[in-house]
Ligand binder design. Structure first.
Ligand code: SAH
Length: 218
């Protein structure tokens, strides 16, 4: 069962979490304000009610996890979004990252390869209130050619290689943020597609994500 009540206790814990994320180096107020606005406990089973505001990843079923709040903040800050941008997310999972971006005024297109997780979000009333989020059941390696090009792409699973089809679906000047690598830890990368079509790569800290896998899972 999902909790649906956002109590003063939840709000207090959320404020402390956002302060802790700020102290860890996230300085973009738009990211911090969005995370303050989104009740993370709504995205977890009520069994996690007391833990939802710890800075940790938690299971969401199907062997997948909701990303750690610091990681969500880190990727959101690296994306350097502006309101009304079109952002493609690979790995909808719990839907939390998508809602944080929607709170920042972004139009989110999010793909999930696991049917059960995709369907669970279709029945998630709080999530469905965000009309600026469109979800898709499919393989993120393919992207969404029908809706391309995108201003930004965020991959929320560990990519063992740079998905070339996604680079093609970026606008010139667009950026993709992804955890890159196949080991236990992956390095966060930001790839900028230059006007010439060439790419520029920047590297950041190490994180641990579930793997980005090929194909759909029914
Ligand atoms: N953004 C999510 C993080 C979920 S974990 C959140 O905020 O909760 C990563 C998710 O990526 C998992 O749900 C996993 O099923 C999904 N995934 C892995 N490989 C994928 C692919 N090729 N296409 C789409 N989704 C993928």
């Amino acid at each position: 069962m999902r909790p649906t009540e956002d109590t003063y206790r939840h709000k207090g814990l959320r404020k402390k979490l956002v302060q802790a994320i700020h102290a860890k180096g996230i300085t973009d107020d738009r990211v911090l304000d969005a995370m303050l606005a989104v009740p993370r406990h709504f995205f977890l089973d009520s069994a996690f009610d007391k833990k939802a505001y710890e800075d940790k990843a938690f299971p969401i079923g199907e062997g997948q996890t909701i990303s750690q709040p610091y990681t969500v903040a880190y990727q959101s800050q690296l994306l350097q979004v502006e309101p009304l941008m079109k952002v493609l997310e690979i790995g909808t999972g719990s839907g939390y990252q998508a809602v944080v971006l929607a709170e920042m005024g972004i139009k989110v297109y999010s793909i999930e390869r696991q049917k059960k997780l995709f369907e669970s979000n279709r029945n998630f009333d709080f999530f469905n209130k965000y009309k600026s989020i469109k979800t898709f059941y499919g393989d993120g390696y393919m992207g969404l050619p029908t809706y391309a090009p995108f201003d930004r792409i965020i991959i929320t699973a560990a990519a063992p290689e740079i998905p070339e089809k996604l680079i093609e679906q970026l606008k010139p000047g667009g950026m993709m943020v992804l955890p890159y690598g196949s080991g236990n830890l992956q390095q966060m990368k930001r790839i900028t597609k230059l006007d010439s079509g060439a790419t520029k790569e920047e590297v950041f800290d190490y994180f641990s994500f579930v793997p980005m896998l090929d194909g759909k899972k029914g």
